[in-house]
Design a protein. Sequence first.
Length: 245
Amino acid sequence: MKDIQNQSDHRRIDIKKVGVKTITYPITVLDKAQASQKTVASVNMYVNLPHRFKGTHMSRFIEILNRYHGKIDISQFHLILEEMKNRLEAEAAHLEMKFPFFLHRKDDLDTFEVRRYDCTMHCFLEEENDLRLDISVPVAHPFNGSATSDSTPVVGLWGKVLVSVRFNRFMWLEDLIDMVEAITRSESFSSTQSDNTKPVESLLAKLEQRFSQLKELAWYEITVENESQGYSLFARTSGPDSESQ
């Protein structure tokens, strides 16, 4: 097969991203209780292609991924990015992994259940590494399992908290999730409250207050969403040292 990657392209057009996406692949993530947890990720791999090259063999992305089969975890991400960048002679490399993370929890009846949290790792390498973790934490309704005397309790999903973070140092996924859930459980409001934006803003304020104290985080963005029939309410903030967006 002709190697088109090393052919010159006289059009001088840089391609922002070229690669493969939605690859289903087994990975291992760190688990505080069990040391590690095996899960399945949807993987996207891209590079920035300089104009001096005409194209790239897409099979090379899979070859690189297969070299780390059975040992893909966060500690290997920078190695995968470096190999993508070097082998494909790219200016920058991107790696995204979306995966479910499972935790054993006790419900209101004191029985164990397995809960799912959707996570995404966004990794980028140009001159330096950049890693961002996104976590979606479901929020039950009502937060406190109770309502005011003049309201009807509502069961099911009230909404979710979407958290994006960059780390200064290591922090367990479980600790981040536990912190969010402890705050959502401490909130309570009437299901018939006239101003539905208040619980969204109140919850966001409490989350931001706690996140701003975490030395493990270099940056965070928090979005609180309340899912209602036909529409959703949301509030968002980010930090540190940045204005709410």
